[in-house]
Design a protein around this ligand. Structure first.
Ligand SMILES: *[C@@H]1O[C@H](CO)[C@@H](O)[C@H](O)[C@H]1NC(C)=O
Ligand SMILES: *[C@@H]1O[C@H](CO)[C@@H](O)[C@H](O)[C@H]1NC(C)=O
Ligand SMILES: *[C@@H]1O[C@H](CO)[C@@H](O)[C@H](O)[C@H]1NC(C)=O
Ligand SMILES: *[C@@H]1O[C@H](CO)[C@@H](O)[C@H](O)[C@H]1NC(C)=O
Ligand SMILES: *[C@@H]1O[C@H](CO)[C@@H](O)[C@H](O)[C@H]1NC(C)=O
Ligand SMILES: *[C@@H]1O[C@H](CO)[C@@H](O)[C@H](O)[C@H]1NC(C)=O
Ligand SMILES: *[C@@H]1O[C@H](CO)[C@@H](O)[C@H](O)[C@H]1NC(C)=O
Ligand SMILES: *[C@@H]1O[C@H](CO)[C@@H](O)[C@H](O)[C@H]1NC(C)=O
Length: 563
């Protein structure tokens, strides 16, 4: 990897420093424009996915954009941006709409269904019985009334007694209305019930998110702890992102694979990673091949507290591998290489069919030229210098007309979304949010002349008090590192910042246990990309959202004169 990057054209701050100032400005501006472009492309791509233009050959907005992209800035790298891309679950509506409504109505309607049988000999003094159908009925009605705009209730479990008479703990699964995926989250709360008219139960008061400890899912019994093996128990039992194995040798031989070696994208920003990865996956779909995927990714320095690029991050920390393997044909790289070697060994003994490999040294060989190739493995090698060795170049030019990036295959990690769900749940889904972008942009007065002043504590108080009611829960999604920066807002709102929820990824958390299990029992750091991903998703779930650009400042998101 070192070799390819030292030879590259765009390495190092040293080269950057040598540029005259004006050229540097042009370069920065160029990068900024490019990142704006990429975002625009994403939006268009998604639009394209949703609306499926009737003639993808002529009218695809993607084709137009890719053309202008490569015409304007063929050699640009992605500017590392603090923003997190919206992924499939943010953007692409559930396709199986019938299935969706069926599932949600099943439970929501239960609330308005005819009341459950009420005993004829009604005794209002009788103690509350949590397993009586009247208890769950009261809890359903209550939940539906309070939360139905934010979440969809999917299934309830029979309530169990709380800590004192009259209390019941109930557990249920829900889906967030803002999230366009099938994933389910759990909640369990403590309710105080009373017998009302006709002995119908009513909820008197309800506890906070996950307060019904007696109804909490029990962790699986610990296995005989003879060995200090990494915890194999997975607290969120709904996550199954184990690495699939290929099965028998002959299965391997029958498959057709597309294999990419690491290119210049390695250790670049996460947005470039996705842009490139989805190009590769798109090519695999176009060629009807299984994509050989490296689950080990390199997180760029900007997201790392250490300030250095860090290799060996698991794809599954950030994205949903379970969904990916269900929606696309992928096989994990080391599994693949092992099976390949095993086949080579045994086939030389048995003289059975050899594996054929087509090596493709440059992106200039297009996917269309490979379509007819019958080799078992098509191996793209990306040996050239940057930017020749970026994966996404495969999808440029004419190829853009043929390759669809499968955006719907990428969802954020369920483990991160559990944290999002828990923050929003602790606020009872009843909060407003403001996105305050500061950091480098606030410091760069040339491109963002007003941003710093417009996001000063005084300006925030002045602007927000006009649009958000006093004493609401206010979640602030921000890249401002100084925790007390927003203290002035505390005399108007109940302010919440991501760092208030540290325990959700601290060493007693589910997230900590689950990610450790993916990392051979070593703790995983909650890095900058995870922070931004969670922060942004919490923002999207707010009732009122105030954005930095458009709402707080007249400056443009991507610098002067870009909007
Ligand atoms: C971009 O790269 C190509 C080679 O891929 C090179 O011929 C061209 O001069 C470069 N353009 C700029 C503006 O650096
Ligand atoms: C809806 O469809 C998804 C994916 O097709 C499936 O996983 C889920 O179980 C379905 N739900 C119901 C209630 O049928
Ligand atoms: C509570 O209700 C359940 C279900 O109706 C019933 O089986 C159980 O006997 C009741 N328990 C008491 C103590 O009344
Ligand atoms: C997880 O999914 C794989 C298939 O991808 C399946 O073989 C395995 O049994 C599943 N494990 C659990 C615990 O559900
Ligand atoms: C794709 O490959 C599978 C098996 O690998 C085959 O069954 C299917 O017909 C192929 N589809 C196309 C469109 O070639
Ligand atoms: C968990 O973190 C706390 C505070 O950072 C630390 O004091 C404690 O030793 C840690 N516990 C474990 C088991 O790592
Ligand atoms: C995390 O794992 C430890 C040790 O296996 C266990 O004691 C603890 O209860 C787990 N925490 C959670 C939140 O699951
Ligand atoms: C923020 O700006 C958008 C676009 O200009 C506007 O639609 C929205 O109402 C604004 N929100 C607030 C809270 O002012």
């Amino acid at each position: 990897m070192k070799d390819s990057s030292t030879g590259g054209a765009t390495t190092g701050a040293a080269a950057e420093r040598e540029l005259p100032l004006s050229q540097k400005a042009v370069k920065v501006l160029g990068n900024v424009c490019f990142s704006a472009f990429v975002l625009a492309v994403l939006v268009f791509t998604v639009v394209a996915i949703i609306y499926q233009p009737p003639d993808p050959w002529l009218d695809s907005p993607k084709a137009i954009i890719s053309k202008s992209l490569s015409a304007t800035l063929p050699n640009a790298t992605f500017r590392t941006d603090d923003s997190v891309l919206r992924t499939g679950e943010d953007l692409i509506p559930l396709t199986a709409a019938g299935n969706s409504t069926a599932a949600s109505d099943a439970v929501d309607n239960a609330a308005s269904a005819p009341p459950t049988v009420v005993p004829v000999d009604c005794d209002t003094e009788a103690p509350i019985n949590c397993s009586d159908p009247r208890a769950i009925d009261a809890i359903r009605r209550f939940n539906t009334r309070i939360f139905r705009r934010s979440i969809v209730f999917l299934s309830y479990e029979t309530p169990v007694p709380g800590s004192s008479p009259g209390e019941c703990d109930a557990a249920w699964r829900f889906r967030n209305r803002h999230e366009k995926s099938w994933r389910r989250y759990k909640d369990y709360r403590r309710f105080k019930l009373a017998s009302g008219d006709n002995c119908k139960y009513e909820v008197v008061s309800a506890g906070k998110f996950r307060s019904g400890l007696n109804a909490a899912p029990k962790p699986p019994p610990p296995r005989a702890s003879s060995s200090p093996a990494p915890p194999a128990q997975i607290p969120d039992s709904e996550i199954n992102d184990t690495i699939p194995t290929l099965g028998s040798e002959s299965d391997f031989r029958k498959g057709k694979y597309l294999y990419y070696t690491r290119g210049g994208d390695y250790c670049k920003g996460m947005n470039q990673y996705l842009w490139s990865f989805l190009c590769a996956l798109g090519e695999a779909q176009f060629l009807n091949r299984t994509f050989v995927m490296d689950l080990s990714i390199c997180l760029a320095s900007t997201y790392n507290p250490s300030g250095k690029d860090e290799e060996g991050k698991d794809f599954r920390y950030y994205f949903d591998f379970e969904h990916l393997k269900e929606s696309a044909l992928v096989v994990e790289e080391s599994e693949f290489l092992r099976d390949w070697r095993r086949w080579e060994r045994t086939s030389s003994q048995k003289r059975s069919g050899k594996i054929t490999v087509r090596k493709v040294p440059t992106y200039k060989v297009t996917p269309m030229q490979l379509k007819k190739d019958r080799s078992t493995i098509i191996w793209r090698q990306f040996d050239g210098p940057e930017p020749e060795n970026y994966w996404y170049r495969v999808c440029e030019g004419r190829s853009a007309k043929y390759i669809q990036r499968p955006w719907e295959s990428i969802w954020k990690s369920k483990r991160l979304m559990n944290i999002v769900s828990e923050i929003a749940g602790q606020l009872d889904w009843d909060y407003d949010a403001v996105h305050v972008v500061r950091g480098e942009k606030a410091m760069n007065k040339e491109l963002w002349p007003n941003l710093d002043a417009d996001t000063s504590p005084e300006a925030l108080v002045a602007k927000l008090t006009k649009v958000i009611q006093q004493w609401r829960n206010l979640y602030i999604a921000t890249n401002e590192p100084f925790y007390n920066y927003f203290d002035k807002l505390r005399s108007h709102y109940k302010v919440h910042l991501l760092d208030d929820y540290k325990e959700l990824w601290g060493n007693k958390s589910e997230w900590y246990n689950e990610t450790m299990a993916l990392n051979n029992g070593q703790p995983v750091e909650f890095d900058g990309y995870m922070r931004v991903a969670v922060d942004t998703e919490v923002l999207y779930r707010a009732k009122n959202q105030v954005e930095t650009f458009n709402n707080l400042t007249r400056d443009c998101k991507d610098g002067v004169n870009t909007c």
